[in-house]
Design a protein around this ligand. Structure first.
Ligand code: ZN
Length: 444
């Protein structure tokens, strides 16, 4: 009887593991709309956070804003027994670097690292931006509350830190406020360079830029849909990789796209009321964001953003014209929506930070054969349950089929023809959390 009960309990825990984890719902419920509202108002209250603005005042300008952000991260760290490394990372950008840098300026990011217990050098990152702008990108004195662009993303990163520091993770999480976005993505460039120098193993960056507007310039009001922008393949790929894609595929399977699919799946599992919309491009048409410098450095990175923008409320001097209120003011921000998108980030940070490392050296074979074959390098980690092979129709955006194959380093998927699907492999932890899917990089 006792054996039966034990067996039942083990079976139950396996079933539960394969389903959902209560901790993820706790995280969603802990993300506070009230705190996010307060932080957005505080950030907007610094008058302007333009990258070239005042750094001396304690009430106005980017200096005051970044000191406040650092003090919030420090406060959070105090409450978790100093579980965050909080520091400024800065680079001097010289006058004339581009037309938007009209004087020498220190571009200063505020970084908070929650060290992983097992893999302190593996990082999943959430970013928002500190800086704001008005119509003229070189105007660093006019009021520029940047309530949606991008106090929302910044407030989200601070709130995610508040909630997630109550937990311990195997991998490290970075919460960061980046500067210099509007002047030419300088803060992201600086931190990506810093990451390379420090040899950080970056799993990915989730860049949040404008996560608080639900009334689009297109007239649509929607507080459920949001966009996940991801570039198709890394710009750092080699000519050989580019040429081989013609024969083996992979045009829509770069590392950033796998991160986008991962987020899409986590949201569909834990926040089914939301409509994550994967957009198969780097960013909006011809426009930029702070995930790009990380992509340039070869790291996986995506942008999370509202689905319906309002251009009268971004990069505008505050004014009224023909009955239209211009300007990025607090009144236009939907705090509950910003809260939901913060939860989207938090559950994905947690899921990835709890997951084991993805498999490496993933190889695929099976040309003119009835079955598809895989080989990969096993990861030496006692907390790994095994590996999962994913596949999908070539026209499908999501990994629709999967098979868990155990803790092995090769597998033959019988009677599945290599020509008709795309394939990938993920690692599954004993805790149920999975790594992002790895698209094969070699043929055998
Ligand atoms: Zn902007």
């Amino acid at each position: 009887m006792k054996t039966f009960l034990t067996a039942t309990l083990i079976l139950l825990s396996i079933i539960l593991t394969a389903q959902t984890d209560q901790k993820m719902y706790d995280i969603i419920n802990d993300i506070s709309s009230k705190r996010i509202e307060k932080d957005i108002k505080t950030l907007a209250g610094f008058g302007t956070r333009h990258t070239l603005s005042d750094t001396v005042s304690n009430t106005r300008g980017i200096g005051a804003a970044r000191r406040w952000i650092k003090s919030e991260f420090d406060k959070i760290s105090n409450q978790c027994n100093n579980c965050l490394d909080v520091f400024y990372q800065k680079d001097l950008v010289k006058q004339g670097t581009n037309q938007r840098i009209t004087k020498d300026v220190w571009v200063v990011n505020v970084v908070a690292i929650q060290r992983g217990t097992k893999y302190p050098n593996r990082f999943i990152m959430m970013s928002g931006d500190i800086d704001s702008r008005v119509t003229d990108p070189t105007d660093y004195t006019s009021d520029s509350p940047g309530a949606n662009d991008n106090a929302t993303g910044m407030a989200g990163a601070i709130e995610a830190a508040r909630v997630l520091t109550k937990y311990k993770f195997e991998n490290s999480i970075i919460y960061v406020g980046l500067s210099g976005e509007e002047q030419g993505l300088f803060g992201g460039q600086g931190l990506a360079k810093y990451a390379k120098q420090k040899d950080w193993n970056i799993i990915g960056i989730m860049n949040n830029d404008m996560i608080g507007n639900i009334k689009g310039v297109d007239g649509v009001i929607d507080n459920r849909t949001f966009r996940i922008f991801s570039e198709p393949v890394p710009p750092s790929e080699t000519e050989k990789q580019r040429k081989s894609r013609r024969f083996y595929g992979g045009e829509v399977d770069g590392v950033s796209r796998q991160l986008a699919r991962y987020i899409h799946k986590t949201v569909k599992t834990y926040m089914p009321e939301m409509n994550p919309m994967m957009v198969y491009r780097l960013d909006r048409f011809g426009r930029g964001g702070h995930h790009r410098p990380f992509n340039d450095a070869g790291y996986a990175g995506i942008r999370i953003m509202e689905a319906h923008e309002n251009y009268t409320q971004q990069h505008q001097n505050i004014r009224e014209e023909d009955g239209i209120q211009y300007g990025d003011v607090v009144e236009h921000v939907n705090f509950d929506y910003a809260t939901k998108l913060t939860s989207v980030n938090a559950i994905n940070l947690a899921s990835i930070a709890w997951a084991p490392p993805a498999p490496t050296e993933v190889k695929i074979g099976g040309i003119v054969e009835p079955s598809v074959k895989f080989k990969w390098k096993k990861i030496n980690d006692p907390n790994i349950l095994g590996y999962k092979i994913y596949w999908r129709d070539t026209t499908s955006p999501t990994w629709d089929h999967s098979r868990f194959v155990g803790n092995i380093d090769n597998f033959i998927l019988d009677n599945i023809v290599i020509d008709n699907f795309f394939f990938g492999i993920a690692t599954v932890g004993k805790n149920g959390y999975e790594s992002p899917v790895v698209f094969p990089s070699e043929i055998f």
